[in-house]
Design a protein around this ligand. Structure first.
Ligand code: ADP
Length: 172
């Protein structure tokens, strides 16, 4: 099954779609969100504003996903999703994180994409424990790929340390 795990900068990835760990507002932020908007240029924010105006006037709900242009990035699309905030997701944290991965993959299929790169959603500012998030991310993607075997998925980590945490948690 084509699942890849690497360390690097998601903004440099040439996949059909990269996933952004966005926040509900879709107006940009810190972490990977800030990096994607900075590297991709203003076209991404303009597209996000259009999404807010037309589809999600109250913001993108946790666990949902929506695509925009990738602006100047080498990827074709950015799929924005909102992960749960650890400590504010009650007993739904795991389910909401799985939704973020699954719904991003569904959007990728709708776009006709055959390659998607994920960051470690919710494990930065949103505080989700990295090993727990890793297990959920990996299982959700693996299950999805059973019905979409031609989809190529990469998990990218900002450091070798976080890559190793993921590999340990998923027994790679
Ligand atoms: P969240 O708010 O969902 O927690 P963050 O952006 O704070 O999102 O962090 C998510 C993960 O993305 C963190 O593990 C962080 O180290 C990582 N990250 C930050 N910048 C990049 C980048 N340019 N490429 C890949 N991963 C990144």
């Amino acid at each position: 099954m084509p699942i890849h795990i690497k360390a690097g900068d998601i903004t440099k990835e040439k996949a059909c779609a990269i996933v952004n760990a966005a926040n509900r507002s879709l107006m940009g932020g810190g972490g990977v969100d800030g990096a994607i908007h900075r590297a991709g240029g203003p076209a991404i924010l303009a597209a996000c504003k259009e999404v807010r105006r037309t589809q999600y006037p109250d913001g993108l709900p946790t666990g949902e996903a929506v695509a925009t242009t990738a602006g100047n990035l080498p990827a074709q699309y950015v799929i924005h999703t909102v992960g749960p905030i650890w400590g504010r997701c009650g007993d739904r944290c795991d389910e909401l994180l799985a939704n973020a991965y699954r719904n991003s993959l569904k959007v990728a299929v709708e776009l006709g994409c055959d390659s998607v790169v994920f960051p470690a959603i919710s494990t930065g500012v949103y505080g989700f424990p990295a090993d727990r998030a890793a297990k959920i991310a990996y299982k959700t993607v693996k299950d999805f790929l059973k019905s979409h075997p031609d989809m190529d998925v990469t998990f990218i980590f900002h450091s070798d340390r976080s890559r190793k945490v993921f590999e340990k948690a998923t027994a790679h």
